[in-house]
Design a protein around this ligand. Structure first.
Ligand code: IPE
Ligand code: IPE
Ligand code: MG
Length: 280
């Protein structure tokens, strides 16, 4: 948080948004569905790929801001397993952009001590994109600052299928398939996000009210924030605003908050006989 304030100019909107945040209650893990690149381009009569290219600037800003804030993990949805349905030239353009981003961002990632990890079935990527990706993953593997998960060729259902198959394979190898027991912990430990906290905050840009197969297991209790802003327009202030909204939420995880549970001692609570719900 302190690191971020150092780079903001006092008096600017992002400065006052940052000042309003409670540094003790920052989301440890933020996940973002970066949507609206195509619409951003269409509004300007540009080809869709220029929307994706512009979106890279937002990625840069959000990655650096999150790292300076002290966020532990940032997961960005870059390409879904369903995105192969798009025209070939768009998909190929996205792989070129991924290579461009990785090549140009390495220095920033190193400077900020960010560790890049890919989540998804990346083995299906074209060789050139996969090589670039593996090289940056390798070079940043000893960084101990923020963990940046790039979800590429990612699907939430695919991830669960992969997790279950990994558990079955391990059990077969160890010869204890018959006694294999599945628990929430064992599933979590076999997801691509093993070892990470679940996202506290899930952001989706461009106003779409759906999760589009993103982190289905991990977002069980994430706070969801949807903004109309298109991804290429999403900047530092937008991120700080989303975190501010998150800090105003009341997270209950199915329980009661202190203010609600204090009603227990209030006269509003009825004795069993007063409830008049005979079960006999
Ligand atoms: C998100 O922008 C980027 C990817 C899915 C790769 P879109 O390309 O989905 O943009 P819209 O939704 O068409 O505006
Ligand atoms: C979700 O956006 C995938 C990414 C942001 C990478 P889409 O644009 O693919 O999602 P739908 O098709 O609108 O649900
Ligand atoms: Mg979209």
């Amino acid at each position: 948080m302190k690191e971020l304030l150092k780079v903001l100019s006092p008096g600017k909107r992002e400065w006052s948004l940052a000042q309003q945040l409670d540094p003790q209650r920052l989301p440890a893990h933020i996940a973002i569905i970066m949507d609206g690149n195509g619409r951003w381009a269409r509004q300007r009569n540009f080809p869709r790929i220029l929307g994706h290219k512009q979106g890279i600037n937002s990625v840069r800003t959000v990655v650096e801001t999150s790292s300076l804030l002290g966020v532990e993990a940032l997961t960005l949805y870059a390409f879904s397993v369903e995105n192969w349905k798009r025209p070939r030239h768009e998909v190929e353009g996205l792989w070129r952009l991924l290579r461009y981003y990785l090549r140009h961002e390495l220095n920033t990632l190193m400077r900020n001590d960010i560790q890049l990890v890919a989540i998804g079935r990346v083995e299906s990527l074209p060789a050139a994109a996969l090589d670039e990706l593996q090289s940056v993953i390798e070079k940043t593997s000893n960084n101990r600052g923020m963990r940046l998960n790039l979800a590429i060729n990612y699907g939430g259902r695919t991830e669960l299928v992969d997790a279950v198959n990994a558990m079955l394979d391990n059990a077969r190898l160890e010869g204890n398939l018959d006694s294999l027991e599945i628990s929430e912990e064992s599933i979590s430990e076999h997801l691509y996000t093993a070892g990470l906290k679940d996202p506290d905050l899930l952001i989706r840009t461009s106003g779409e009210m759906r999760v589009s197969n993103f982190l289905l297991w991990q977002i069980a209790y994430s706070e969801i924030y949807v903004t109309e802003t298109l991804w290429p327009d999403f900047g530092r202030s937008d991120l700080l605003e989303a975190i501010g909204a998150y800090q105003n939420r009341e997270r209950r995880f199915g329980g009661l908050t202190r203010s609600t549970s204090s009603l227990e001692s209030s006269p509003l609570l009825l004795e069993e006989e007063e409830l008049e719900l005979p079960l006999a």
